[in-house]
Design a protein around this ligand. Sequence first.
Ligand code: AMP
Length: 403
Amino acid sequence: MDNNSDNSYNKKSVTDITVNGKKVLLRCDFNVPVDKQTGAITDEGRIIAALPTIEYLIKQGAAIIACSHFGRPKGGFDAEFSLAPVAKCLSQHLGRPVKMAKDVIGPDALKLADELQPGEVMLLENTRFHKEEEKNDPEFAKKLAEMADVFVSDAFGSAHRAHASTEGVSHYLPSVSGFLLKTELDNIGKAIFDPKRPLVAILGGAKVSDKLGVISNLIKKADTILIGGGMAYTFFKAEGGSIGNSLCEDGEIDNVKNCLQEAEKCGVKLMLPVDSLCAAEFADTASPLAVDSGAIPDGMMGLDIGPRSIVDFCKEIAAAGTIVWNGPMGVFEFPGFAEGTRAIAHAVADSSAVSVIGGGDSAAAVRQFGLEDKITHISTGGGASLEFMEGKVLPGIACLLDA
Ligand code: AMP
């Protein structure tokens, strides 16, 4: 589905409705990382991120029935994928009990939900214990919905999936966003649809096929598009340059040519990295070679943008009113090829522009460089933010009540 419009992010939130005395089905993203050996939660970030909405709902006198998926169970109860450790952790953060249901829509969940009082919190078991969750089965969604009076969605990272607990339940309940989802919509939505100009998009990463949708959409919206990462080399090949053994998706060359033409037609400044740091193999070599990006010698591959490209890109970033960034400029996991991504991250952090970073690798890079506090918004949903920037309608957002 596309194309989202200016008001596709303008949705009602939990503060726009009355929740006092109501039972609220709250979709969280509790898909936390765990230690494979011990099962202990290794990063509580997603649980902490859910607290503002939960605490608000408690204060408003709602009874909260939280739910989430967790990992990839095969269907049916599986202790390895139980949300019980999340309930314990959530309870510690809230300083109040969180009642853990033994099932999702079974007798235990129904009984707990039925008896739940205003201000109390319970957590359903992993929604993926039912295969119907990912199939967005209407009967399953209806049973989930029947426990509550209102649906609050706070799982942006799952909003691009039409699952029963992200979209299906909205057919049976008035549905609004929680604070976490609202922050994502406000920040990404404003950056794309109502940006302070110039809007500079920085796109990188390995696969051009993953990013063509975003590039096409941003050509209609951005003033400048900076392209780095492995995907830049398909552009150089499309322009007739030599790229040695650099990453290239030959099947995308026609699409890339179309993008270049489209950018020119729309008057968008689409910039490729004029130089690259190269190596003879995909390895962290001690002395990377800087060469022109369209003239990479045979047997070499470009693994980062070069120093001249950094200067060019940083100049655009410094003049930006709004910046959106998705994908690293090089193989930043190798210290010898991290400079491009580091320099861009610093330029984004130092700029006075509104800065929005899609999840995934660029978010990881910004955190690795300790710059997260200097970014306006780092998305919690890699896939979801990419689809939003592609102009797609996200089913978990489209289903919410319009503001
Ligand atoms: P993506 O998931 O498409 O955003 O790609 C992220 C990955 O792209 C990171 O793991 C980087 O190491 C990788 N990457 C970035 N630049 C290059 C490059 N020039 N050659 C190979 N891989 C790259």
